[in-house]
Design a protein around this ligand. Sequence first.
Ligand code: 2M8
Length: 429
Amino acid sequence: MSALPDLVPPSLAVLRRNDLGAYTRPSPRLYPHQWNWDSAFIALALAYLDWPRAEREVDSLLAGQWTNGMLPHIHYNPATAGYFPGPEWWPAVPVRRAGERTSGITHPPVLPTAVYWAGRAQPDLRVRHAWWDRLYEPLRDGLRFFVAQRTVPGSPLVVLAHPWESGLDNNPRWDFVTRQGLRPSRPYARHDTGVVSAAERPRAADYDAYLYLVELIAGHRYDLRSFLPHTPFAVYDALQNAIWYRAALDLNRITAELGRPPEWSADELRGFRDAYHRMLWDDGAGLFLDFDLKAGRPIRVHTIAGLGAIYAGLVDAAQAARMYRGYRDRCGGGRLLPTVPPDQPEYEPARYWRGPVWVNTNWFVVRGLEDLGLGGDARSLADATVDLVRQGGWCEYFNPSTGEGIGGGDFSWTAALTIDLLLRPAAPA
Ligand code: 2M8
C-alpha cells in the first residue's frame, strides 16, 4: 500500500512492539495476556497491513474457546506473569483444547464484526472466503453461546454476569454492585496500580466486588442458571446487547457472501430488536439504559453505552442523530465522546471508564453513524478521535477536559482503530 496516512506507520509500530508472536498484548506493562475484544480490533487493523498476522491473531483467540462455544475474555499466556488475577482464579475451565488457560467469563462479541470487515479488506476473494469458511463455526458457536447460556426465559436479550464482561469495568452503571461492600474470601494484591496511577484506575471497592463475583461464578462452574439465584449482578447491558446484535447481522453478511442460508432469521432479529427497545429505551434520557434483572428495574445512569444501538443499527437515522447529537451537546466543548457525560454526578475525567474518552467507544459510534447515512457526524467524530491520538499519543484513554493521554501507554486498540479510521475513512455525508 503506497502513501499511507501519516499516523498509520507509527500506529502499526505500536502493534509490532506489542506483538508476542501468536497474539498482540493490549499494553506492555498493564495487560500481557490476550484479551478478547482487544484482539478483534487488532485483527481488523492487521488485515490491511499484514494479512497472515491478522489470521494468527484470531486463531490464537479462538484457541481459548470453550466446549459450550464461549470465547473467554482473557486467553492466558502461561509464559507471562505480571497480571492479576491470573488463571488460578478460574479453575477447571471447560476449554476445547486441553491445557489452554482462560478466564471464566466472556467479553463483548466484537469478533464476528471484525472478521467481517477484516475479510472485506482482503481483495483476493478465494482467500477471503476460505478464511470466513474456516472461522464460521467457531464464530457462530461464540454467538450462540449467548443465546443458549446467557438468556433467561421470556427474553432474547443477553445477560451480563460480571462488570469485566462489559469491557467498561468500572463504568458508573455498575456502582450499584460495587457499593454493596462485597469481598472475596481470599486476600489479594493488585498489579495495575503499580503500573498506572491509582487515580486513573478502579477503586479498591470495585476490585473487591469483581473478585467476589469471580469466586461466585467459578464456584458455580460458570453456569448462569446455577449462580443466577445467588449473584447480586445480572444485567442487560445496552452496549453488550447492541454488539451481539451487530455481530449477528455481520455473521449473516458472511453467510450471504458464502452463499449459505442465514444463521439468524428475520423473525429472530426482529424479536431481539423489539425486546431491546421495549426493555432498554428511556425517552427522558434520549438513550438506551441498562436493566438490573435482580432488582427488576432500569439502571438510571447515562453513559456512552446508551449509544450502542447506533453501532448496531438498532435505531433509524433520525433516532440515531437525536441520540448522538443530544449526547455530544451535553459534553460542554470538551473532547468527544466522554464515556460518561460531564453533567452526570459520577463523572471523573481521568478515572478509567468513568469519563475519559476511549477510542473504541468512539469507533462504535463512528461506524454506526456512517452505516445509517449520517456521514457528516461520523466524519467529524472520526477526525476528533484521530486528533486526540495525534496530540495525546497511543494512550489507553484521554482526559476529555484537556485531551491528555492517560492510563497505559502503547495501547494496542488505540493504534488499531486509528489505523482502521484512517484506512477506511468514514464516508462523507
Ligand atoms: C480492561 O479490563 C481488564 C480486565 O479484563 C483490567 O482492567 O485488568 C478493560 O478496559 C477491558 O475493556 C480491556 O479489554 C482490558 C485489556 O485492554 O482492560
